[in-house]
Design a protein around this ligand. Sequence first.
Ligand SMILES: Cc1cc2nc3c(=O)[nH]c(=O)nc-3n(C[C@H](O)[C@H](O)[C@H](O)COP(=O)(O)O)c2cc1C
Length: 170
Amino acid sequence: MDILDILKSRYSVRDYSDRQIPSDILEKILEAGRVAPTAKNQQPQRVFVLQSKEAIEKIRGITPSAYNAPTVLLICADMDVAWHRTRDSWCAAPIDTSIVTCHMMLEAEALGVGSCWVCAFDAQKVIDAFDLPENYYPYSLLDLGYASDTCEPNPRHFERVPIEDTVKYI
Ligand SMILES: Cc1cc2nc3c(=O)[nH]c(=O)nc-3n(C[C@H](O)[C@H](O)[C@H](O)COP(=O)(O)O)c2cc1C
């Protein structure tokens, strides 16, 4: 399958079946994150797999965007490990963790697993609920599971602006 076909078939899944992702499938999704490029290859990503009843209840209490996903990945960066640009201390962690999340989202799609990228959460609540080390910052969640039989893309999924609006040849 061409990667563009995978990119175009993916949509944000917001209604899941009860079926958990088999562990070998989940391992492939996590492996896709492991091989992601990161600034200076510092690999600051720290990924927590939320699957226990307790962890899923916690995350659903923090954000409605966990929906009914049976697995939620919590993607953090170790800020002591992330690359900081010397001249101005700019930090690559949000980009690094986004690439990792994107890799995992697309590998999930390739394996028939639905996903939804989530940033609508209170970071401090996540830090407190999961007792994250003080140098960890939670950037994203990735809901994972099999789409329910009735799940459909949100109508906004189909709204993409023309390429001329976002790309300029200069
Ligand atoms: C960085 C980022 C944060 C997002 N946060 C949320 C979120 O908190 N809740 C949610 O339901 N969807 C969230 N989404 C999904 C977007 O709403 C969705 O990707 C966009 O509307 C396009 O729809 P599609 O994914 O179906 O193509 C997020 C997506 C990205 C890339």
